[in-house]
Design a protein around this ligand. Structure first.
Ligand code: ADP
Length: 543
C-alpha cells in the first residue's frame, strides 16, 4: 500500500518537473511525452495517450504522445479517438476490447479527460489499465486533471511559439521584400538584420554587414565629410527623439556616391534603456539633385532675368529725365541697349520655356529639307555686326552638300547658341569656322573657335542643365548654362549626337550630326528651302 502523502509528494515533484520542462521550452511532443508517462505512473495505469485536435475548431484527434504504447500500435486507437468523451462510459469498454483484440495488448479499463484551453477543448488524455479488479477512482481523476492542465499549458505554449514564429517569418519576409533598405541594430549598435535593398544600396553583403557596427557599414557623412553615425549618432543623443532622421552622403562599398536618408525607430526597455533600433534607409540622390537644380534654377533665373530688366529700366528712366538734354546719338545708343537687352530677355524666357517643355515631354519638331550652308550663312550674318573687329567667320561646306532633314527653327537655334558661345568664350577674338560634310545618312557639322577652350573633365558636364564651367571667363560672361543643354536636346530629338573637342587655351570645336534629307536640293537657290537663303558654300565673311 502506497503512503498517500508520499504519493502526493511524488505528484508534486512530477508536476514541477513538467513545468520546468515547459519553461525550458522543450518541444511540444517531448513535454506531452513527459506528462503522459508521469500521468500513467501516478494513476497506476499500464499505458496512456495524449491526442490533440489538429488545429482550433477541428474535431479530428491525432495521437501526439504515448506512454508504454509502441508507435506501431497507435493506428489501432483510431476508433477510440472518434468516440465522443460522453460516450465512453457506455461504449468505452467495448472499444477497448476491440483494440485489445487487434493489438494483443491487455487493456481493460480506461479514464479519459479533455485538455481544455481557455474553455475550448484542445485534446484528450487517456490512461489505460490492464487490471480489471481496481477501478479508476475520483482521486485518479483529480490527479489526471492536474496532468491534463499541464498538457494544455504545453499546447498553449507551443501554439504561442508557433504563432510568434509565423509572425516573425512574415515580418522577415516583409523586411526582405521592402523596397527601402531596412536594417535592425542591437543595443550595442551592431547590425542584426540587413535586407536585400540594403545590400543593393550599400554594396555590403548581409554576411559581411551582420555583426558590424552600423556606423561602419552605413557611415553617413555630412557636408564636411564627418561621419555623423560616429560623431553625432541621433540614437545616442539625449533626450532621444521619438523618430530620429539622418541625411547625408555615403560612399558605397563599390565606390558609388549616394545621398541617403535614414529614419530610426528606437526600441526602449521598461527603464528607458536602449534595446536597439530599426533603420529605414532610402536613396534620395535624385531628389537631392532635383532640389539643387531647383535652387540653381531660382538663382540663375533671378540673376539672368533681373539683369536685362534692370539695364532696361536704368536706360529708360535716364532717357526720360527732364533735367538732362540728350543728343540724338545718345538717344539712339540708349534705345539700342534697351532693344538688345529686351532681345536677351526674350531669348532667356524662350530658353526657359523650352526647358520646361522638355521636362514636360520633349520638343515638337517640324522637319523639312533645307541647306545647312544657307542656314549657317544666315546665322553668321546676324552675329557678324555685333561680334566686333577681332572675329573672322568662315563657312566650310562642300558644294554638293546634300540638304538636311530637320526642324529649321530649332537648327537655327543650335547654330545661334554655338556661334554665340564661340564669341562669348573667345576673349581674344579669332576665327570662328562653321562647316560640315555628308557621312552615310547624316550630315556632320561643326562650329569651331580659337577661344578659351574647355578642360577635358568639363567636356561632358557643360551639356547639363544650368552647368557653367567655374572660371573667371564664365563669371565675367553672362549666361544661364541652358544653351548647350537645349542644343543637345534639339540634336538628340533629331536622332543626332553632339560632342565637343577642345584644348584649353587653343579653342573648341562643337561637332554634331543631323539626318540628311532624302533628296538633293534643286539648283535654284531658295526654291525649296523653307527660308529661302542659300549662302555661299565655302566662304569667308568679312565685315
Ligand atoms: P552659358 O553660355 O549660358 O553659360 P551654355 O550651356 O551655352 O551656357 O554653356 C555652358 C558652359 O560651357 C559655359 O558657361 C562655358 O563655361 C562653356 N562653354 C560653352 N561654349 C564654350 C566655348 N565655345 N568655349 C569655351 N567654353 C564654352
Amino acid at each position: 500500500m502506497i503512503d498517500p502523502s508520499d504519493h502526493r509528494l511524488r505528484q508534486r515533484e512530477y508536476l514541477l518537473q513538467i513545468s520546468r520542462a515547459l519553461t525550458a521550452q522543450l518541444d511540444l511532443v517531448s513535454v506531452l511525452s513527459l506528462v503522459i508517462s508521469y500521468a500513467v505512473e501516478m494513476t497506476a495505469g499500464t499505458s496512456g495517450l495524449i491526442a490533440l485536435y489538429d488545429e482550433e475548431g477541428s474535431d479530428e484527434l491525432r495521437i501526439r504522445a504515448s506512454a508504454r504504447l509502441p508507435r506501431e500500435e497507435w493506428p489501432a486507437f483510431a476508433r477510440l479517438l472518434t468516440l465522443p468523451l460522453s460516450d465512453i462510459p457506455q461504449r468505452g469498454e467495448q472499444i477497448l476490447r476491440e483494440i485489445a483484440a487487434d493489438t494483443g495488448l491487455t487493456l481493460r479499463q480506461m479514464i479519459a479527460l479533455p485538455l481544455v484551453l481557455r474553455d475550448s477543448p484542445v485534446g484528450v488524455i487517456y490512461v489505460f489499465r490492464a487490471a480489471l479488479n481496481v477501478a479508476f477512482s475520483s482521486d485518479d481523476r483529480h490527479v489526471l486533471q492536474d496532468f491534463a492542465d499541464q498538457a494544455a499549458i504545453a499546447v498553449s505554449n507551443a501554439r504561442l511559439y508557433q504563432s510568434v514564429l509565423r509572425e516573425k517569418q512574415r515580418l522577415d519576409a516583409i523586411i526582405e521584400q521592402s523596397a527601402d533598405g531596412v536594417m535592425i541594430i542591437d543595443s550595442r549598435w551592431r547590425i542584426t538584420t540587413f535586407n536585400r535593398a540594403m545590400e543593393q544600396l550599400t554594396g555590403w553583403s548581409r554576411e559581411e554587414a551582420i555583426g558590424r557596427p552600423c556606423a561602419e557599414v552605413l557611415g553617413i557623412e555630412n557636408g564636411q565629410g564627418v561621419n555623423i553615425c560616429l560623431a553625432d549618432c541621433p540614437l545616442q543623443r539625449l533626450p532621444l527623439a521619438p523618430n530620429p532622421v539622418v541625411e547625408g552622403r555615403i560612399t558605397t562599398r563599390d565606390g558609388r556616391q549616394l545621398y541617403v536618408q535614414s529614419r530610426y525607430a528606437p526600441q526602449r526597455g521598461p527603464q528607458g534603456q536602449f534595446l536597439g533600433a530599426i533603420a529605414n534607409v532610402r536613396d534620395i540622390t535624385a531628389q537631392k539633385q532635383e532640389e539643387e537644380l531647383q535652387n540653381t534654377f531660382i538663382s540663375v533665373i533671378s540673376h539672368e532675368l533681373k539683369t536685362p530688366v534692370s539695364i532696361i529700366k536704368g536706360y529708360a528712366s535716364t532717357l526720360r529725365r527732364d533735367d538732362v538734354q540728350f543728343t540724338t546719338q545718345q538717344y539712339r545708343e540708349g534705345l539700342e541697349v534697351i532693344e538688345e537687352e529686351a532681345d536677351r530677355l526674350a531669348r532667356q524666357i524662350q530658353d526657359l520655356l523650352d526647358v520646361s517643355r522638355l521636362s514636360a515631354g520633349g520638343l515638337r519638331l517640324d522637319p523639312a529639307d533645307f541647306s545647312l550652308a544657307a542656314l549657317a550663312a544666315n546665322v553668321v550674318r546676324g552675329f557678324a555686326p555685333s561680334a566686333g573687329e577681332q572675329f573672322q567667320f568662315e563657312l566650310r561646306f562642300p558644294d554638293d552638300m546634300p540638304p538636311v532633314h530637320a526642324d529649321y527653327e530649332r537648327t537655327r537655334q543650335v547654330f545661334a547658341n554655338l556661334v554665340s558661345n564661340a564669341i562669348k568664350y573667345s576673349p581674344e577674338g579669332g576665327t570662328i569656322r562653321i562647316g560640315g560634310w555628308p557621312e552615310g545618312d547624316v550630315a556632320v557639322c561643326y562650329v569651331s573657335d580659337q577661344g578659351a577652350g574647355i578642360p577635358p573633365e568639363e567636356q561632358e558636364a557643360i551639356f547639363r542643365r544650368f552647368y557653367r564651367v567655374d572660371n573667371r571667363l564664365a563669371r565675367e560672361t553672362q549666361g544661364s548654362g541652358l544653351g548647350l543643354f537645349l542644343t543637345r536636346a534639339i540634336i538628340e530629338a533629331h536622332g543626332g549626337q553632339i560632342w565637343v573637342e577642345s584644348q584649353v587655351g587653343k579653342g573648341s570645336r562643337f561637332v554634331f550630326t543631323l539626318p540628311l534629307g532624302r533628296r538633293k536640293l534643286p539648283e535654284e537657290p531658295g526654291e525649296h528651302s523653307p527660308h529661302g537663303a542659300v549662302g555661299p558654300a565655302d566662304a569667308v565673311i568679312d565685315r
